[in-house]
Design a protein around this ligand. Sequence first.
Ligand code: NAD
Length: 503
Amino acid sequence: MTAKPATPVQVPQLIDGEFRQSQSSDWIDVTDPATQAVIARVPCATEAEMALAIESAKEAFKTWRNTPVPTRARLMLKYQELLKAHHDELATILAKETGKTFEDAKGDVWRGIEVVEHAANIPSLLMGETVENVATNIDSYSITQPLGVCAGITPFNFPAMIPLWMFPLAIACGNTFILKPSEQDPLTPTRLAELFLEAGAPKNVLQVVHGRKQQVDTLLTHPDIKAISFVGSVPVGQYIYTTGTAHMKRVQAFAGAKNHMVVMPDANKQQVINNIVGASVGAAGQRCMAISVAVLVGDAKDWINDIKQTLESVRPGVWNDPKAAFGPLISPQARNRVLKLIEQGKAEGATCLIDGAACVVEGFPDGNWVGPTLFSNVTPEMSIYREEIFGPVLCIVTMDTLEDAIEFINNHPCGNGTSIFTASGAAARKYQHEIEVGQVGINVPIPVPLPFFSFTGWKASFYGDQHAYGKQAVRFYTETKTVTARWFDSDIPSGLNMTIHLK
Ligand code: NAD
């Protein structure tokens, strides 16, 4: 049972090197999604607090950019060690405020730790290029330099992993960073920031402010912010990208998704079922890489009943219930939106094989529960196909051939992730080559790349060009400077050169 705290914590902000209580008059309740108990209150930063955070980060940049790269790498080494030592504690905080099961919460923290491990490789990631003798006695080389103050705006669904996609790499590159976490689960990012200071991060290099649109708008429009990293829904992502770039900032905006799993008839049926259930309703479907559409090809369409039986066998529960397969949705609003889409699916003619709308969890009557839900006979014009449901709802479509499946999926505006289950290398190769989606799993349902690659969503799932983590993040958080250098080895002057030709 989740105990109801007597007094909700007032979430502090990390501004100008200190965790401070906000002077704001505008506060948002952070609730336990299984009970609605208010577990914390998060402020919407005042204009003065936003201004101080930005000024402080700008000032800190002057020294941090000159800090030796190995020193920055050692900070990341220490930080990943501390995060590992606090893994269970972080997962507990995270599970309580998101409702995720403890095991899933640990995964959220772990995928973030992996990015910090990657950031510890910053010396080799920052290496430029050199060509000797581009002309007689002239060498050229490129160096990578930080941008200045960067900012990150993160969603509720991965409150450890996604902040850790951003600030460790940005800071390892020599930038300073302002994080605006989701107002729905700010406790995990706050603890991440405390541990960052404990690891030895100089004061002011990281600032954490809270709020919603107004605070985000300050970051998007302030001339001292050089780059914006955003992760969240499609409409907000489009707004962030257009507003940030209109204010001459570098922007990477990761947005919503609709991920398909293609099931070929030669795949191992039990493997498919085991993978599809976890990938669709795990984390209550609140993953940007969740599988929300199964595309059954040819005779695989006969497996609908087997998928249904396994989906019916899993149920939600509270974060510390070891038998719970997933938790509640983040908020009553999120639940109502999912319930509305389930009703629309029925009204628009899809067949509802399992309806999770009435799901209850004993002892937790106020939780934001939705049980596993399964639709078949789904067509592209239906709301449940067009929209990202972000709930434990799986839609099934059937296709005659792999070519039909590829064409169908390529017509969806989103392109975050997809997978194919098959025993055929040729089918997998064709799928990998022809599918217009940025992350492909072959017999892997949720192909989130490890941090030495980049998180490469496409189409409406990403606005920008350099993606999160990997080498692309280092390019995003740095400028390249190219030097062309000549050292004279005698006092005899070279002749006049009236052209741009290097001789
Ligand atoms: P959201 O878009 O509602 O909020 C994300 C962030 O933007 C929050 O910090 C929020 O405070 C801020 N925000 C909200 N409305 C805003 C506005 N009008 N102007 C400025 N800022 C605003 O997203 P969410 O509900 O927190 O997260 C779920 C969404 O994130 C899903 O669509 C999911 O697919 C997506 N997501 C995408 C990825 C990816 O890598 N593509 C990863 C995780 C989540």
